[in-house]
Design a protein around this ligand. Sequence first.
Ligand code: PLP
Length: 455
Amino acid sequence: MKKVPYRFYLSEEDIPKKWYNLRADMKELPEPMLNPKTLKPATKEDLLPVFCEELVEQELNNEKRYYDIPKEIQDMYRIYRPSPLVRAYNLEKELETPAKIYYKFEGNNTSGSHKLNSAIAQVYYAKKQGVKSLTTETGAGQWGTALAEACSYFNVPLTVFMVKGSYNQKPFRKSVMQTFGANVIASPSKTTDVGRKILEKEPNTTGSLGCAISEAVEKAVTGDGCKYVLGSVLNQVLLHQSIIGLETKKAMDILGEYPDIIIGCAGGGSNLGGLIAPYMKDKLIGKTNPRIIAVEPKSCPTLTRGKYTYDFCDTGKMTPLAKMYTLGCEFIPSSNHAGGLRYHGMSPIISKLYYDGYMEATAVEQTEVFKAAILFAKKETILAAPESAHAIKVAIDEAIKCKETGERKTILFGLTGTGYFDLSAYSSYIEKTMTDYIPKDDELKKYFNELPKIL
Ligand SMILES: *Cc1c(COP(=O)(O)O)cnc(C)c1O
């Protein structure tokens, strides 16, 4: 048999031209989002002030299985897609495992992550609808960067509210966004009412994601022709990210491979939802039965310790309510947590699949994650984002189990991005100042008590 190459790229003609909507094959659908005022399922009219028309259609459509990817989006995808499917021969050798390890690498673009796949789509539809400008929040900076790239490509002005702590810690993230023409504002800022109020109370605050979201939403609602965009969690984002899984499946089919285990890191669930989409389809229709594992940080254990209930998507409690696994919308991981994946909630699609037993979830400590990332860097030469390294850690664990049992399993994981802006976290691991913080049940209970009481 022909040896599988280290790096496999689909040919341009083989790149999928449709996105796949996993909801069309789910036996039971995720619960609908609720309007927080009426507690009725959110309608098209509820969502139109926030999102563009075609994105609202994608958000609410549970039936349409495939969406044609517009040519303009394909044209930008072609600049950095297909992303490579890599056989981790060197890592396998190091681990002395009989397992075959594959990873889909999404870090080959300037944003350094898979987030560009959805940013391009969201900006395209906004432009098509004549939206005058866009705004968003960014914490670590990957989403802001991806959006800045897409906005400059389609010529749409962008304002990014960047959490002040991150703004000061990662000045070069800001520079990248500015290079693409984005207006980057440290949050909380004096440019919004909510920002001014917070600054009055706490002039020295380093900000939070929740506060940055509230500023961006205020700007969108009060600005003429300005819309707010979100980089994860939403059904539309998982739809766009299905390009990851569709490319992977096509490539593995050509190579004659099918994964026994599929692993992805889970923050809001978008890369995981995208990677697993076509394989979950097989599983839902009873064709195959791969194990599917979501990996999250022990310091932000949404699936493994959260509640499956209705909650707000943001700390400011301005968004619709989503039924999802949540730690409570006021939950913020401990400040020593450097590994990303800090979001309190989880995609309603992923939440439902997990609740119904179609997938597993596991939580890992950040020192273990960085240890795995460094081993991976040494053998595969990619300096992974800390988020992505959660998947590396569990892929290595599964490969080691295969060594013990002698099973030749095929393991596939999503390598979502690169970690060049996370080097202070790598330093703290190397200098042994990094610690693990796992919230106690009592601490989580405090946030659970604040959850909206909706049956
Ligand atoms: C944002 C991000 C994640 C987590 O987001 P998901 O929506 O869960 O995919 C993971 N890896 C990288 C590199 C990211 O930038």
